[in-house]
Design a protein around this ligand. Structure first.
Ligand SMILES: [Zn+2]
Length: 453
């Protein structure tokens, strides 16, 4: 996608799935934080004209205040999801829930359905306050335009999805732990692969239409599509017009975006209607070039491959960590600890494994984000090269696009480097705009990284 760290749209379902597996689940709502009353920006040292991304003073103040809120919510959300799992282990709430499921139902699988469904509902309720605060600020700062009713409806849909898909996946995993108590992590890894591929394949055709409306871009913006065809021809991607969609994002947000999603027969480029028509067409061409870069450079496949390889080690390490935690704390958590394998195979014990995977997810977030930033940077380079010879000045166009994007999302021009390292799955807008400003491989008759001219 072109933009925002808060909205990893093309990986939404993959993330939801990963979070299901890791028991996090919070970020699937993809709620962006929004602005609060602006703090005075007087303390900010802002070297005049030294930067490619600038905001007018009133927006700068808002962007700084909003970034602070987003960062706090991001970090608080991650930590809370860990604390929450631990808290309910330590108070024996999970083992109490398991005992209750056993009392009301006789069939083992039915107990599992009730346990994991309740698990997701409780988790969702626990994360609601932070989601609510996020949406409140998103509205207050004018990023979101989605009324509370619609927002709650989306939350409810997301919960139903997680209840159906997540419960099935956790039942399967829990069964694998019981069936192969010693090597279960390997079995879990094997079944994760097809689930992940299916999720990414189905996301654009099954999941996304539940939340947003899509139509071929050529229907509403034929002139723009004619322009995009020039980029398609230059990139040699053969992306047919019916694979380019317009998403009615304006019903929910003022933010700009575009993204690549799906694999194989469902692969497509989606442009938000807050982007096409609202910013100059040249900038949309650049954004489209960026998305084409993800397409051409196989970023989805590389991401999938990386995730699968990483999960092999994550599951292995988490199995060891979970076994240790059961041994060390299991008695206090009310788990059946005759041995760690049988404890993990119980429903409440399985939460220990989810807890371990959540810890790994938290620790590995900066690693995941570093890969993501690398891909996004590549796509930026590709996008700028893709519009060379099509727009008058690729540097100017790219810089203008980043300024429009940054302003629409109220991105902080000077984010804290540590925050950028830990939380950003795109380079900061400032970094991207500065790079674009100075990227001119055609000077002195040279050529770009991805194109011969
Ligand atoms: Zn991107």
């Amino acid at each position: 996608m072109i933009f925002v760290r808060h909205f990893a749209r093309h990986r939404l379902l993959a993330i939801c799935l990963a979070l299901l597996l890791t028991g996090l689940g919070v970020r699937c709502s993809a709620a962006q934080a929004a602005p609060a009353p602006a703090a005075a920006p007087t303390a900010i040292v802002h070297p005049a004209n030294a930067q490619a991304y600038n905001l007018p003073p009133d927006k700068l103040a808002k962007a700084i205040a909003l970034s602070r809120i987003r960062n706090i919510l991001d970090i608080a959300g991650s930590l809370w999801s860990l604390v929450f799992l631990w808290l309910l282990l330590a108070t024996r709430a999970w083992s109490g829930l398991e005992a209750w499921a056993k009392r009301i139902l006789s069939r083992h699988w039915a107990q599992g359905v009730v346990f994991f469904a309740a698990f997701f509902v409780i988790k969702r309720l626990a994360s609601m306050p932070l989601s609510w605060i996020g949406h409140h600020y998103s509205l207050a700062y004018g990023i979101s335009v989605q009324a509370w009713g619609g927002w709650l409806g989306d939350q409810a849909k997301a919960l139903v999805l997680i209840l159906v898909i997540g419960t099935l996946v956790l039942l399967l995993f829990n069964w694998i732990v019981r069936r192969w108590p010693r090597r279960y992590w390997f079995g879990m890894w094997l079944v994760t692969i097809p689930i992940l591929l299916l999720a990414i394949f189905a996301e654009p055709v099954v999941i996304e239409p539940l939340f947003d409306k899509f139509a071929p871009l050529a229907q509403s913006n034929p002139a723009l599509v004619a322009q995009l065809e020039k980029v398609v021809a230059r990139t040699g991607t053969n992306i047919p017009p019916d694979r380019i969609y317009l998403m009615k994002a304006s019903l929910k947000t003022n933010g700009l975006n575009a993204y690549v999603t799906g694999i194989g027969a469902t692969k497509r480029i989606v442009v938000w209607d807050t982007t096409a028509g609202r910013i100059p067409d040249d900038e949309v061409l650049f954004i489209f070039g960026h998305e084409s870069g993800h397409y051409v450079l196989h970023h989805i496949w590389k991401g999938v491959a990386g995730t699968i390889i990483a999960l092999f080690f994550v599951y292995w390490a988490c199995a060891a960590l979970a076994a240790w935690m059961v041994k060390r704390f299991g008695a206090g958590w009310g788990l059946p600890i005759t041995n760690s394998e049988s404890a993990l195979a119980s429903r409440a014990g399985f939460v220990v494994l989810l807890f371990a995977i959540s810890i790994a997810g938290f620790v590995l977030e900066p690693v995941d984000n570093a890969f993501s930033r690398h891909f996004e940077h590549q796509a930026d380079v590709y996008g700028q090269e893709a519009i060379h010879g099509i727009v008058a000045d690729p540097q100017k166009t790219a810089v203008a696009a980043f300024n429009d994007l940054g302003e629409a999302w109220l991105e902080d021009p000077n984010p804290n480097p540590f925050i950028e390292f830990w939380l950003y799955n795109h380079p900061s807008v400032q970094h991207r705009a500065n790079f674009a400003l100075h990227y001119d491989p055609w000077a002195n008759g040279g050529h770009g990284e991805f194109f011969k001219n």
